[in-house]
Structures are given as C-alpha cells and as structure tokens.
Design a protein around this ligand. Structure first.
Ligand code: AMP
Length: 417
C-alpha cells in the first residue's frame, strides 16, 4: 500500500491547539463552571446503587473535577441528560448521577435541584472551596438548546470561569456549551476534551501511513461527508455494515433484500469512482432470510441471493480487512460491520475489534468512536486495547468531516491571555 498525501495541509496539527487549557487557569478560590457530559443511561427500576447502568462518561469526567478540587476551586458541574424536551421531568433528573459521582470520587457531591436562579447561586456561594456541586439537567429549560443569551448569562452567574469538558456535545451550539462563553472572562478546555481533540487531530492532520478508515453502520447518508473528507487523507477505506449494500448495488451487484438507500446510489457510485480504488467493499456476506437473531443463515460470495439479506461481512472479508488493519499505522473505526447486537451476525465486528487491538499492540494509533462501535468494542472487552475510545459519536464524525465544533471554537484563545 502506498502512502497517501495525508490531507495536504501540513499544519495546524490541531486546529484547537491555541485554546486555553485547564492547566493554565488560576483556580484557587474561584468557582469553576464545568460543562461535563454526564448523559448516562439510567434504569430507575434498579436498586439505588445500580440506577446508572453505564458510568463510563461519569468516570471520564473525573480528571477535570479532581484537578479543580486539588487546586482548591469550587466545581459546579452542568450537564444534560436525555431529551426531556425543555420541561422539568423527574425521569431525566441528574440526582442519581450525583450519587454515582460521589461514590466514584469518594467525596461528597451536592446536588442542586435547579440549574439557575438566586437560590442556586446562594447555595454555590455558601459552599467551601474544594466542594463539588452538580446542577439539575440543563435541558429542563428550552433555552438551553436554543442557545438563549439570557439563560447563558444566568448559567454564567453561577461561577467565575468556564471549562468545557463535554466532547459529546461539542458539535452543538447550546447555552451551556457556547452561549455561556460570552459571559465569563475565561473559557478553557478540560482534560477529556483536550484528549479527544488530541487523538482526533493526530488522526486527521498528522497520521502515519498507511492510514486506514473502517466505516460501517446503517446508513451511507450519515457518512458521506466523512468519506469525502477522508478520501485523500487515507490509504484505504474499508466499508462494512448495511451501508456497504448501497455501494454494492451502485456497482450493479445483486444485494437481494439487504438494506439499501436507493436515493444514495448515485452518490455512492461517484465516491467509488473518485476513490481510485481506496474504498474496499465486502466480497462475501453472512446472509439470512429474515432480520432475526435465530434466522437461518449462510455465506454468499460476491452477489447475494435475491431472497437473502446481508447482515454481516463474510469470513473472507473479515480476513482481508484484518490483514489491511494489521499493516496500518493509523486507524479510525466508526460503525459496526453487521447487526452485532445479534450474536450470529457479530463475527465481522468482533474480528475488526480484534484486528484493531493487535494493530495497537504493534504500535499503530487506533481511534474508535460512534455509539455502536464503542458498544461493540466494550462487548468484546477490547476497549483498553486500542489507543483511544471517543466519548462523542456525532461530535467525532463532525470533527473528522472537517467541520468546526462550536463548543471548542468558542473557548478562549491561549495567546490572548
Ligand atoms: P449506525 O448507527 O449508523 O452506526 O448503525 C448501527 C446499526 O446498524 C446497528 O444497530 C446495526 O445493527 C445496524 N446494521 C449494521 N449492519 C447492518 C446490516 N447489514 N443490516 C441491517 N442493519 C445493520
């Protein structure tokens, strides 16, 4: 495989490297407003200590919180949880998250039942330096997602300095991510945000060849911008999942009952033609008669039986893709290779996760993102065996598409201070 041009622009390695890092802040005695991503899955039926069913995002926020506590600042955490639709709804309260955070931090976390207002401000003012406070769900207010300036001003009135550590919402201009920055003197990057940007910028702007992207999942339409931006940066783009059938059909192959976006056939063909052979498609498939976990299934090579639907990449594709991955030095993966939620159709996705882990052991830089790929890699218990698992699905895609992320762009510049 020959090295690609790797994006043309040699610099900036990191478009956001001029942003103020949390380590440059003077924290002692100040109240630091931290926008975290504590949007974790809850099951309110569970016993109290098991209400949070996956605490990954809470754990990921800890380095920033600990840093502020150690520096004798007050931490005021803001986050959204789910989509309460701009009204107060106890099913989306962050209270159980405060309890979980307290256990993980091994220190008291004060939960405040509101997000803004004089009562909230008074309680924050009376807390001691080094305390950790979590405000109620920012999305109980419709002004949050509307990026309302007055709401942003009230959020800012809760503290002195703003730190954004929520990569998962960095692609959204909301009051607690963007609006607030207009009402504080300093807005900095937290450790989690900095780590995400660091890895993704290495992938996009400083990749070592061969650079391989593995893209899967349900829809081509979600990934067109990404493929466009990766075409001249990568050496190979390996496609799997349902989106591969749109490409195969565009090439004139029989795909049977497989999931296809017929309105994207022309775009898919155009991408294939412009890719100069960089885009690789599956050559065999695990196909079934119906979309069911216990469906009878078999391997179809090349074209798919008219009554069959492709639900996973086949064994020859698994091998071929794994070989390409093992030879690569930079790898980014977004989207499963098949219906990995059903064990019979998870082999392709697991094989990719294993190949990524092996490539990482050989020194490759490997970055995985997108809810389903992250779920798949943790299902395979390989999440610690890759360089970086991104906490942002949509934000990672938009970053890799080359778009500006408003939640990062709005932060203070290091050089102006
Ligand atoms: P995405 O949200 O785009 O990453 O897509 C993930 C979803 O695509 C998962 O729920 C997979 O089950 C589904 N998926 C992957 N491959 C296929 C396939 N061949 N047919 C139908 N669904 C698929």
């Amino acid at each position: 495989m020959k090295g690609a041009s790797h994006g043309g622009a040699p610099f900036p390695v990191n478009r956001y490297m001029d942003k103020l890092p949390i380590t440059d802040l003077d924290i002692a005695g100040k109240t630091i407003l931290v926008r975290a991503d504590l949007n974790v899955p809850l099951n309110l039926e569970n016993p109290p200590d098991e209400v949070v069913t996956d605490d990954t995002r809470i754990r990921a926020s800890i380095p920033t919180i600990e840093h502020i506590v150690q520096a004798r600042g007050k931490v005021v955490l803001m986050s959204h949880l789910g989509r309460p639709g701009g009204t107060r709804d106890d099913a989306y309260s962050l209270k159980p998250v405060a309890e979980k955070l307290s256990v993980l931090l091994e220190r008291e976390v004060t939960f405040l039942p509101d997000t803004i207002g004089p009562d909230t401000q008074a309680k924050i003012a009376s807390a001691a330096p080094g305390s950790v406070i979590l405000l109620e769900n920012t999305r109980f207010y419709p002004q949050e997602t509307a990026n309302d300036d007055e709401f942003a001003r009230q959020l800012a009135a809760n503290g002195d300095i703003f730190v954004n550590d929520a990569f998962g919402t960095a692609h959204r201009a909301h009051a607690s991510t963007v609006g607030i920055t207009a009402h504080v003197e300093q807005s900095a990057m937290g450790f989690l945000l900095a780590r995400e940007v660091d890895y993704l910028s290495k992938v996009l702007h400083d990749s070592k060849p061969p650079f391989v992207a593995i893209l899967g999942g349900a829809k081509v339409s979600d990934k067109i911008g990404l493929i466009e931006n990766l075409l001249d940066r990568t050496d190979k783009i390996l496609i799997g999942g349902a989106m591969s059938y749109t490409f195969l059909k565009a090439q004139g192959k029989e795909v049977g009952l497989s999931r296809v976006e017929d309105d994207k056939l022309a775009v898919a063909l155009d991408l294939l033609q412009r890719s100069g052979g960089k885009i690789e498609l599956p050559t065999d498939h695990v196909t079934a008669d119906e979309f069911a976990a216990d469906a009878a299934h078999h391997i179809d090579t090349d074209s798919i039986d008219i009554h069959g639907m492709g639900l996973d990449i086949g064994p020859a594709t698994r091998q071929a893709y794994s070989r390409v991955i093992m030879d690569a030095r930079t790898i980014v993966w977004n989207g499963p290779m098949g219906v990995f939620e059903m064990p019979a159709f998870a082999h392709g996705t697991i094989a990719i996760a294993e190949a990524l882990a092996s490539a990482t052991r050989q020194g490759a830089l490997t970055v995985v993102g997108g809810g389903d790929s992250v779920a798949a890699i943790s299902q395979a218990e390989l999440d610690d065996d890759v360089s970086h698992v991104s906490t942002g699905g949509g934000a990672m895609l938009e970053y890799l598409e080359g778009k500006v992320l408003p939640g990062i762009a709005a932060l203070s510049d290091r050089k102006t201070l």
